[in-house]
Design a protein around this ligand. Structure first.
Ligand code: NI
Length: 155
């Protein structure tokens, strides 16, 4: 298990357009494993490669149903809308209301570079939108309606 340092808002890595992945090699697998470890350790539901300083189109998500790894993810269909509180491991201690589609269909490659389709609603739809946006250099803070709020942190 290896944890990577999560870049926080203000780090230029978070504002870059990431590169497509053309091959999955040992380093890619290590990166994905480290991203999952880092996400779980930080109690997040998603993490994108630029958040650990790697400008590649890779995201990991786990909304409680097990890990999802998406390489070169692309949202191909959306439906409905949901407004709710959203946060990001790169914006620690903050949260804000963001409107996202309530349904998302996306395609991506798995670790064997095979294409798969994923459909998600509610939190999964929100997580897919949030993480894919990271790959184009966008943070949810750009979309917050009203105030960005401080989250309670009593640790
Ligand atoms: Ni995020």
């Amino acid at each position: 298990m290896a944890l990577r340092t999560i870049r926080t808002i203000g780090d230029p890595c978070l504002n870059k357009v990431c590169k497509e992945v053309t091959e999955v090699n040992d380093r890619t697998i290590t990166l994905i494993d480290d991203m999952l470890d880092t996400m779980y350790e930080a109690d997040g539901v998603g993490l994108a490669a630029p958040q650990v300083g790697v400008l590649k189109r890779i995201v990991v998500i786990d909304v409680g149903d097990g890990p999802i790894v998406m390489i070169n993810p692309e949202i191909i269909e959306t439906g409905g809308s949901q407004t709710g509180s959203e946060g990001c491991l790169s914006v620690p201690g903050k949260a804000g209301n963001v409107t996202r589609p309530n349904y998302v269909k996306a395609k991506a490659l798995n670790e064997d570079m095979e294409e798969f389709i994923i459909e998600g609603e509610e939190l999964l739809a929100r997580a897919i939108c949030h993480e894919v946006a990271h790959l184009d250099g966008h943070l949810y803070t750009e979309l917050v309606e009203g105030e960005l709020m401080n989250t309670k942190n009593e640790d």
